[in-house]
Design a protein around this ligand. Structure first.
Ligand SMILES: [Zn+2]
Ligand SMILES: [Zn+2]
Length: 351
């Protein structure tokens, strides 16, 4: 078991997109051309469910590991998954665009977003990704898979930013109109994406009364990553996590929550706890799933809180667990390799 500061060694793609765009007729429901990047000639498309040692690792980057409170160390929930030629984003909390910029990914490649649920801490970064990504080079639609209500939310965003869109597209820069379209597919439990050897399966979790709330299972070359989304202990999550190599799970420690919100009434605190998973409950879940590695995200990861998370989970689980940090990168292959950070913060001191 390792604290957060050390690295341990240790299924049909229904195509019913709706187009949501600003009011000047960019919507309309027509099918966009598939935006899957072309596979290089020498790259075989692996079977998502069959272990392929020759395939590149499945790479998971935690863009944001935080929760609603704004803080510089931890941006809002967002996870980037890269497998083969695909780049997929899961949730888009505060600062996701800044973290993507730190990774220096081409903006045109960040065009597929999956939403676990519509709580603001998971969606507040969407306008930045959508509008800034357009200005900086995504000249084709942003595609979003999300629960019912996603289409309406995106239509409202189009209305909210109508001035900016009209100016940049029609009056000033003449930015390509295709780039400001949002293609929405509202999803339910099942396979929601299957392309180039990567399969994404949505499953319902229990974040009630927020319904539906989803988790995601991502399969690629026989490697499996599960993202819990926001949930209290969920039998369905355990069922959909069978054989998972890596699980990224949310958690809340009651001690931290009471420290964090000292003036809130106990009923409010208890309601938050009841919507989420304690570290001890997470440990019980991990014991049943038996992943190769579990990582907490959507948590406070200060030294004190990380210790509480690890102390709690070790009461019920003896496998490897890390507390996530922003820009933690987890490569899932024959080994699991975890790295922290991409920035070079100092070059010098030479004599
Ligand atoms: Zn939530
Ligand atoms: Zn949340």
């Amino acid at each position: 078991m390792s604290p957060s500061t050390s690295v341990p060694l240790f299924l049909l793609f229904s195509c019913c997109f709706s187009c949501v765009g600003p009011s000047s007729g960019t919507g309309g429901g027509e099918e966009p051309p598939a935006q899957s990047p072309e596979a290089p000639d020498n790259l075989q498309t692996p079977d998502p469910l069959r272990t392929d040692e020759a395939a590149a690792p499945l790479v998971v980057t935690l863009l944001g590991t935080g929760y609603p409170r704004p803080q510089i160390r931890q941006f809002g929930p967002s996870v980037l998954v890269q497998a083969g030629v695909e780049t997929l984003l899961f949730d888009c909390g505060r600062g996701a665009a800044i973290r993507l910029s730190q990774l220096q990914l081409p903006w045109a490649e960040v065009d597929r977003l999956f939403l676990t649920h519509l709580h603001s801490d998971h969606t507040v970064g969407i306008p930045d990704l959508w509008l800034t990504g357009w200005i900086l080079g995504r000249f084709h639609p942003l595609r979003i898979w999300g629960p019912p209500g996603t289409e309406e939310m995106m239509a409202h965003l189009g209305e909210a930013f109508e001035f900016d869109i009209r100016m940049r597209r029609d009056v000033d820069e003449k930015a390509p109109g295709e780039g400001i379209r949002i293609m929405v597919e509202e999803i339910s439990e099942g396979v929601v994406f299957d392309s180039m050897g990567i399969r994404v399966t949505a499953f319902e979790v229990d974040h009630s009364p927020i319904q539906p709330a989803m988790g995601f299972r991502i399969d690629y070359a026989g490697r499996t990553v599960v993202l819990s989304g926001d949930t209290r202990p969920s039998e369905n999550l355990i069922a959909f996590s069978e054989g998972a190599d890596l699980i990224i799970h949310e958690a809340v420690t009651p001690e931290w929550l009471r420290r964090s919100l000292p003036d809130h009434p106990e009923a409010f605190i208890q309601s938050v706890i009841d919507h989420h998973t304690t570290p001890q409950q997470a440990g019980t879940i991990f014991s049943r799933i038996q992943p190769r590695l579990a990582v907490f995200s959507h948590v406070e990861n200060s030294e004190e809180s990380a210790r509480e998370l690890i102390n709690g989970v070790t009461e019920t689980y003896s496998g490897d667990v890390l507390v996530g940090e922003d820009l933690m990168t987890i490569e899932v292959g024959a080994e699991i390799v975890v790295r922290l950070g991409v920035d070079t913060v100092y070059i010098g001191g030479s004599i």
